[in-house]
Write a protein that binds this ligand. Structure first.
Ligand SMILES: [Zn+2]
Length: 422
């Protein structure tokens, strides 16, 4: 069986550097923490940020810095005065799965057999159940050992940007628009664009390298809110509780039970369908908290979903008036599509870059958020490019070296496209 070819000679040239960087970056634990007030939510994220500053300076990019907003910023001059192109990826990984002690494995020239992860025999990447994997026989597949996530989300994006920047530094003759790079923290807890200094960044358009499947450009995200329902009960010693105890645990369960069973949940929806998702429940008889995320591509429907949770919580309170129910709603991010549509060249240039790497581009929608959604709403149109990583936020996360190399090549082509007249 022949090893899978690279998408282009440029992709082949970049592959070694992308892989080497990727294997180095995933070993650094950068797990973010939810509902932390501090910034960044975990100090360890900055370990990777500082390494990236060092590596950028070693490339000769002396202005690389870790700025006040906890982002790494660096610039690369263009070969002409074209619009300034921003490239963005995030150093943090999801709070949901541990990222400590990642031990990456490269399954070279993968033969198509199920990949058993050696650290946990229950974790198997079965091509029969993973069509994206099944299509990558002959690729070099990177996985974790099954006990941690891999961290391709978003260290694949970081390795690809770094390899592309290193290539551009080595090849000053290659045409490119002026480039600005940002590596952010806390994207996974919805705070990636917090304190992002758009003026200091100075890009006219930007791309996050935080997508997934080969050739995809995501131009549409959910609009998102988070909702916290706090139920105050009345705790009394169970021995003398008759007629007095108001059990917040039971009321929280009642609220969750009252949600629609066969619709409006992540497990029953796809495409543009929205949902309400109780993702965390905590507390005791005195006080219980149910945390929800609420998502929809349509802002009007998003309001309706949030209203549904509020109404159900109020009904719980009406049935047990001795309890006290509080609801806190926060806006997380907005669908970026309308902002991106204002500047069609942002999408056209990316599609052209993907084609130049020899890949058929696909416009995709994402059922999640990106830093780009927030930045787009703040005036910097920022769609999301593929990275080649798959099965994110899972110990079965994997990435194809060939696809990651194609993403790095896409970046080089992209800044080339932007250097050309519109
Ligand atoms: Zn990500």
């Amino acid at each position: 069986m022949a090893r899978a070819p690279f998408a282009s000679p440029l992709a082949e040239e970049l592959a070694g550097d992308v892989l080497e960087r990727f294997l180095r970056y995933v070993r650094i634990d950068t797990q973010a923490a939810a509902r932390e007030i501090s910034r960044p939510s975990t100090e360890k994220q900055l370990e990777l940020s500082r390494l990236l500053v060092e590596e950028l300076r070693e490339l000769g990019l002396a202005d690389a810095e870790l700025n006040e907003g906890s982002a790494v910023f660096v610039g690369l001059p263009g070969t002409n005065g074209a619009p300034v192109v921003g490239l963005i990826a995030h150093v943090d990984t999801t709070p949901d799965v541990t990222g400590a002690g990642v031990s990456p494995l490269v399954h070279e020239d993968w033969d198509g057999a199920p990949i058993e992860l050696p650290g946990d025999s229950r974790q198997v990447l079965d091509p029969d159940r993973l069509p994206e994997l099944a299509a990558r026989v002959g690729h070099d597949i990177v996985t974790s050992d099954g006990t941690t996530l891999l961290g391709a989300d978003d260290k694949a994006g970081i390795a690809e940007i770094m390899a592309a920047v290193a290539y551009l530094v080595r090849h000053p003759e290659v045409p490119r628009a002026p480039v600005r790079v940002a590596f952010t923290v806390d994207e996974e807890v919805g705070r990636g664009a917090e304190d992002f200094d758009l003026e200091a960044f100075g890009a006219d358009v930007a791309y996050t390298l935080d997508g997934s499947g080969l050739g995809e450009l995501e131009v549409e995200t959910f609009s998102a809110k988070s909702l916290r329902v706090t139920i105050h009960g009345l705790s009394v010693h169970p021995g003398t509780a008759k007629g007095k105890l108001v059990n917040a645990v039971k009321l929280a369960a009642e609220l969750v039970e009252s949600l629609p069973a066969d619709r409006l949940s992540p497990e029953t929806t796809e495409g543009r369908e929205g949902y309400v998702h109780p993702h965390r429940i905590s507390g005791n008889a005195e006080e219980a908290i149910v945390d929800f995320i609420v998502r929809d591509h349509d802002d009007v429907l998003l309001e309706e979903h949030a209203e549904l949770v509020r109404a159900l919580a109020m009904q719980v309170n009406e049935r047990e008036p001795r309890a006290h129910v509080e609801i806190e709603v926060r806006d997380s991010y907005r669908n970026m599509r309308p902002y991106i549509e204002e500047n069609p060249r942002v999408v056209e240039a990316a599609l052209e870059a993907i084609r130049r790497v020899g890949i058929e581009p696909k416009l995709a929608i994402t059922r999640g958020g990106t830093d780009g959604a927030v930045l787009s709403a703040h005036g910097l149109p920022t769609p999301n490019l593929f990275t080649g990583g798959q099965e994110y936020h899972s110990v079965r996360e994997w990435a194809s070296v060939q696809d990651m190399a194609a993403a790095a090549a896409t970046i080089v082509e992209l800044v080339g496209v932007w250097s050309e007249p519109a």
